[in-house]
Design a protein around this ligand. Sequence first.
Ligand code: HEM
Length: 475
Amino acid sequence: MSRFCPHYPRPAPRRPAVWRMFFSKRRSWLDGLYERSYRMKMGEVHLPGVDLYMVNEPALVHQVMDHAEAFPKHEMLGEALRPLLGDSIFTTNGAVWQRQRTLMNPSFEGARVRKVLGRMRAAGEAMVQRLRAVPAGGVHDVEMEMTHVAADIILRTILSQSLDSEGAQRIFAAFARYQALAPRLMMPAFFGLRWLRPWWQIRRSRRAAAEIRALLETYIRPRFEAARAAGPQAPDAEDDILASLLRVRDEQTGEGFGFDELVDQVAMLFLAGHETSASALSWALHLLAHAPDVQERLHEEACRVLPALDTEGANAIKDLTLARDVFRETLRLFPPVGFLARQSAQACPMRDKTIPAGGSVVVSPWLIQRHRELWARPDEFDPDRYSREPAEAGAEADQPPARESLRQAYLPFGMGPRICIGAAFALQEAALILALVARHVRVAPLPGEVPEPVGRLTIRAENGIRLKIFPREAG
Ligand code: HEM
């Protein structure tokens, strides 16, 4: 059976010269990959002052990802994101990170995430209205649409604000400016070439960051002060994620988040929580548009399961099994966070190499999840690979079965102690949004348009993803 293989930048046959790699990575790091990148167990690049190691082999990936102290987050992440995110959980290391993670975990536990389903649905229903307003066969930029709904969801669930409000619109616009600049400032820092960062871009990025933080503070300040005055037991008027972050206390010290630290976390949740989901949902619709059979099955599933949300509540989400598998497979082919950057705390042997102290170590979900020796038919969109029996999947291609790979070579949410705190939130959101889209509209490709994946802050399409929209009779 032939399945859809989405386009991605064709890898160069051989490793490009280092200077070419650097300049191609400034547009998109996907352009710097070459054929062996998708086969090798480990690779290395050396530049003056920079030793960079790429780790693909599952056992080595575990060695890096499971040991956060030996391989802390890369300092370039903190440097590039600090103006916006301050010392947020995404970039901190050691004891500071451990405390922040302990304080934030309760806000993202399963039961807490199910509680925000109603808010996700409200944003999803507003999206359905926008999609159904497109004339039959009309062309719509689904990347913009998915960015809108993901931002709306994160604002409603964290701050109880809908994206329609003026303040939320301003936050969203400033985030878009910041996101466009961040990768341009991050890549030179990663290659030890900080001086190559244009000063006017640094200034524009800092201005956008300051504006976002000032806007967020206007929402957070009154609630922070009210919570401090009332004490940890007093209920907040809202039941959003900010309310739970305001309530939480460190068991040993009895202290909660300080004000600036709280703004850092909220800014980070907004960025990490909407940019990633927007990217993955956009690619999911692109894949569905090219796999009409899967889309029809998803429509049937959505018509059957979505009404049960009213009678059975959030538990019914688990019955959206195909929606979840479509999303899983999208995260394999287009992992929003395409590479994870770490730095070796001390000299460390790995295979036949020694990573020096301070050496940059990159684990790339993009490469590992398309690795020729770890996945059967690595470039095919096959959402059913997760439910197929391992023997069947293996026999089909004489390659590692998908289920086996799923444990070994699948890490769209990272792995180990720094695994994404919002994974359950993102999976619930994605199953809901994909089911709502499939229930109410059909999407079809636009002849001749092939979205070009580019690696920026997340993996996005260079010129958006435009699809034709046809309204359906909702069953
Ligand atoms: C499809 C959606 C998402 C994907 C693919 C994704 C992916 C990731 C990945 C790969 C990491 C680990 C980064 C590393 O190890 O360097 C991460 C961390 C994180 N993500 Fe997500 N994420 C998603 C959605 C979310 C959402 C919805 C939230 C919150 C609302 C969130 C919050 C976080 C936080 C706080 C961290 C840092 C955790 C720590 O370091 O302890 N993410 N995410």
